[in-house]
Design a protein around this ligand. Structure first.
Ligand SMILES: NC(=O)c1ccc[n+]([C@@H]2O[C@H](COP(=O)([O-])OP(=O)(O)OC[C@H]3O[C@@H](n4cnc5c(N)ncnc54)[C@H](OP(=O)(O)O)[C@@H]3O)[C@@H](O)[C@H]2O)c1
Length: 343
């Protein structure tokens, strides 16, 4: 790494860069330099999340108003896409004593973005040691999707032995973690997915699988202590109907855009849910979790992985230059488990 007499850094790296909505590509950009409290990581793998296609497209349009730190009117605020990464610490900034060069770590860059690159700089307070026994790809698959599942089930849903859990969208990035974490916490998990994914979610430990092509979970006549919706294809009243009185409905996203630009997208259900949560005095608790980079969540995932109770499931792996293709695949909203980038 070279730095000139003015402290300017003149090394370049490959990264997936974006100026305008809808156009991303591999470019040479300045390498990041670790500031105080940060570590610089040589990225080995990164993973794709729904967040990446939302920001890539600037979609839903309402997000450009409500998420100004991330989405500008015509292009994203941060130019390098990707948030989840795993890699090797290369250098540390002032004040960092928990990590040293050579440590293997993983993390989520959150609103800063920048993981689809050869190097990232991350706050030392928001990364964790990579779980032993996991590959780079498996570790990079975990932060946002696994963190959202852990937050939703452990912290929001307070799942424990004897509690029933329904996961709508069980075969996707978050869902495949949610099935395993629901079981690890002692819950009894009912997973909703399509025919081709029934075996996958069963293999992850689901106690019961509802194939949405054959039956409708709202018409089962059952209620669950915790309902996690990851699809956003059902009305709020349908979702409340399947949640037990005193239970918890977790609205985590969804959108089913099918490639069309959306004004509200998942925000319609989320804003509706937040309004009902404030105004309604009866019915289930409704919570919209917002996953932020968190060492505590990463440590929880690491512990689950190292104890053998959580194994990230990977659908496809792409090279860094193929990120546009990988994002297009995830954008179809039919990925099975996680899509990972090898850097
Ligand atoms: N709140 C937060 O902090 C947070 C964090 C992360 C993600 N999210 C949100 O959570 C949502 C899920 O994320 P993800 O990463 O899991 O997405 P994903 O990987 O794209 O999910 C794809 C899965 O959705 C399933 N699916 C599609 N239509 C379905 C339907 N009608 N019924 C049941 N399943 C269906 C697909 O299964 P089939 O192919 O079988 O249909 C596929 O396996 C996204 O909207 C994302 O924005 C929120």
């Amino acid at each position: 790494m070279r730095t000139d007499v003015f402290g300017c850094h003149d090394e370049r790296m490959k990264a997936i860069y974006q100026e305008k909505y809808g156009v991303v590509g591999l470019e040479d950009v300045d390498e990041p330099v670790a500031g105080a409290g940060q570590v610089r990581v040589r990225v080995r793998a990164a993973s794709v999340n729904a967040r990446d296609w939302h920001v890539m497209r600037g979609d839903p349009y309402l997000g450009r108003l409500l998420l100004p730190a991330v989405m500008g009117p015509r292009g994203p605020r941060r130019r390098i896409r990707g948030t989840d990464f795993a890699g090797t610490v290369e250098s540390v900034g002032a004040g960092v004593d928990r990590f040293q060069p050579g440590d293997e770590v993983f993390g989520d860059l959150g609103d800063a973005h920048g993981a689809f690159a050869e190097y990232v700089c991350a706050s030392a307070d928001e990364i964790e040691f990579k779980p032993g026994g996991l590959s780079w790809e498996q570790a990079a698959a975990m932060p946002l999707a696994g963190g959202t599942a852990l937050l939703s089930l452990r912290d929001v849903g307070r799942v424990r032995a004897g509690r029933s859990v329904l996961i709508n969208g069980a075969s996707g990035g978050v869902g495949t973690f949610a099935v395993q974490i629901g079981r690890a916490l002692g819950g009894s998990v009912t997973a909703v997915c399509s025919t081709r994914n029934v075996e996958l979610v069963r293999s992850l430990g689901a106690d019961e699988v509802v194939d949405y092509r054959r039956s409708d979970f709202v018409r089962l006549g059952r209620r669950f202590d915790v309902v996690v919706d990851l699809v956003g294809n059902r009305s709020l009243s349908d979702l409340r109907r399947v949640t037990a009185p005193g239970g918890t409905l977790v609205l985590s996203g969804g959108g089913t855009s099918r490639g069309r630009a959306q004004v509200f997208g998942p925000m319609r259900l989320i804003i509706g849910g937040q309004l009902v949560a404030r105004l309604s005095r009866s019915g289930p608790r409704i919570v919209v979790p917002a996953t932020r980079p968190s060492r505590e969540l990463l440590a929880g995932l690491r512990e689950l992985a190292e104890s053998g109770r959580l194994t990230p499931a990977i659908d496809r792996t792409y090279q860094l230059a193929e990120v546009p293709e990988a994002i297009r695949y995830v954008e179809e909203e039919h990925a099975r488990a996680k899509v990972v980038i090898t850097v």
